[in-house]
Write a protein that binds this ligand. Structure first.
Ligand SMILES: Cc1cc2nc3c(=O)[nH]c(=O)nc-3n(C[C@H](O)[C@H](O)[C@H](O)COP(=O)(O)O)c2cc1C
Ligand code: SF4
Length: 459
């Protein structure tokens, strides 16, 4: 059935107007003129840079701390706190924008760069000033040719107008920006693999500590931040940290870009208030589940995160809620790690990178899980054994189950392989493969069992 396999084409690049909620990073979406330097300036662009250049770097860092801005790349780490780790006596500091965006389900940075390249550049210059970083980089995913062309032109124009260079706007402040294209490896989105790749080395993650804020690019303290994170900086400097903090709930300031794909009537990329629920997102923003069906599962923030089931849709889409809300059933993700509850690590879920994938009630869950495992097996950099071998085994065994050739013992086998990976690898790609495997096995076990029972009866 051809249409079963094909969700509606993404509408993309969409703004939803929610009463009382200002649009920040997506305010210039659909505005072709604003992509040019003149158009950006006409709409108020680079005014905040002038204000920021007159501020002391430490005062900008203080505003960012007060803003409760949390990294939009996946982990939700507090941006101001991360900036505060850079040693005060550092001789050279770098700021690197992570525009590698390869997490399946996530497609917001692509739109942000395409529609508002100068907002990213302005955010980076202000951030570089705050960090006293002279040589700075944007690492953009190789496949994003359209966005690279837009960004490269915008950077050239910013240099020509004196916003970048040795003596920005006559202030004596020096900031340079180089746009570097990756070659399409998911692992190069991991910040230390990204730094290796930037240095011309193989894109493999580094052991941490030391963290990049202490020892990063070329051995210098380096801050790596996501595109959306950096695009929020001008708003924080313009209106103040407390203003930004008040836009979101709890410890999460600002708004959030969410990318919705899968079985909804209106998939797309949206800037939304932090804390709307998955149910609101699906029903009110995305026009409900397609074909009048019901939700079976929701992948909350890129395929690395444990899924939610139909009873968990009223949880707010917010970093702390997804980890702590008791309406989400916990998943044992690493019995070998002796922290959290009961001698093992229990994880509810995480908000991740904002990529929400909706699966309807006719989805073949084992098949979907196999597809996810295939991705991680393909993208593992091969550096550490649990991930290199484990992701390969997850892929092979989950394929067997998905194809209706699985054995009852395969489910325990999958769980034990995933437990062997989680928490035992150099970087979080291992967890990213293990967590959804364990989450699907925990919450959708009946689907796997039904597939195994069908053995021999499958068409
Ligand atoms: C396998 C893997 C892939 C990642 N890919 C991306 C990515 O494409 N973009 C991104 O911003 N962060 C990605 N991250 C997270 C980065 O390592 C890093 O935490 C992030 O860029 C920090 O920025 P933030 O603090 O603004 O979120 C990835 C992490 C892992 C483990
Ligand atoms: S966890 Fe996987 S991707 Fe990360 S360093 Fe180890 S082998 Fe490479």
């Amino acid at each position: 059935m051809a249409d079963e396999a094909k969700p509606p084409a993404p509408t993309g690049m969409t703004r939803v107007d929610v009463a009382g909620m200002p649009k920040l990073v997506s305010a210039r979406f659909q505005n072709e003129d604003a992509k040019t330097l003149a158009g950006y300036e006409k709409s108020g662009g680079y005014a905040t840079l002038r204000k920021a250049l007159a501020m002391r770097p430490e005062d900008i860092v203080a505003e960012v701390k007060a803003s409760n801005l949390r990294g939009r790349g996946g982990a939700g780490f507090a941006t101001g706190v991360k900036w505060g780790f850079v040693p005060k006596d550092a001789k050279a500091v770098h700021l690197v924008c992570n525009a590698d965006e390869s997490e399946p389900g996530t497609c917001k940075d692509r739109e942000l760069i395409y529609w508002d390249p100068h907002l990213l550049i302005e955010g980076m210059i202000i951030s570089a000033h705050a960090l006293k970083a002279v040589h700075n980089y944007i690492y953009i995913r190789g496949e994003m040719m359209r966005e690279y062309a837009v960004l490269a032109k915008a950077v050239d124009d910013a240099y020509a107008r004196g916003y970048l260079g040795k003596n920005i706007l006559g202030t004596g402040i020096e900031v340079h920006l180089t746009v570097h294209r990756g070659a399409g490896a998911y692992i190069c989105g991991e910040e230390t693999a990204l730094l290796n790749s930037l240095e011309g080395l193989r894109g493999q993650p580094r052991l941490k500590p030391p963290f990049p804020a202490i020892k990063g690019l070329f051995g210098n303290p380096t801050i790596v931040n996501n595109v959306e994170t950096l695009m929020n900086i001008p708003f924080i400097v313009d209106k103040g940290g407390p203003w930004f903090a008040a836009l979101g709930p709890g410890r999460s300031g600002g708004t959030r870009m969410l990318c919705v794909s899968g079985h909804v009537n209106k998939p797309g990329v949206w800037e939304l208030p932090i804390g709307i629920s998955f149910r609101q997102l699906i029903d009110e923003v995305c026009g409900g589940v397609w074909k009048g069906r019901k939700v079976k599962a929701v992948i909350p923030g890129g395929v690395s995160m444990p899924p939610l089931d139909i009873d968990e849709l009223d949880v707010p889409i917010e970093f702390d809620a997804l980890q702590n809300d008791e309406r989400i059933k916990p998943v044992m993700v690493s019995p070998t790690q002796k922290f959290d509850l009961g001698g093992g690590r229990l994880l509810r879920s995480m908000a991740g990178s904002g990529g929400v994938v909706v699966l309807d009630d006719q989805t073949d869950i084992p098949q979907a899980v196999w597809r996810i495992m295939k991705f991680f097996a393909h993208e593992s950099c091969g550096q550490c054994t649990p991930c290199r071998e484990g992701t390969g085994w997850l892929e092979k065994v989950s394929r067997r189950v998905a194809e209706g050739a699985g054995k009852p013992a395969d489910l325990e086998l999958l769980a034990s392989i995933a437990h062997g990976i989680a928490g035992n690898t150099i970087c979080a790609l291992g967890d990213a493969a293990a967590w959804p495997m364990l989450g699907f096995l925990t919450k959708f076990r009946a689907d796997f069992e039904a597939k195994i029972k069908q053995k021999g009866k499958a068409a």
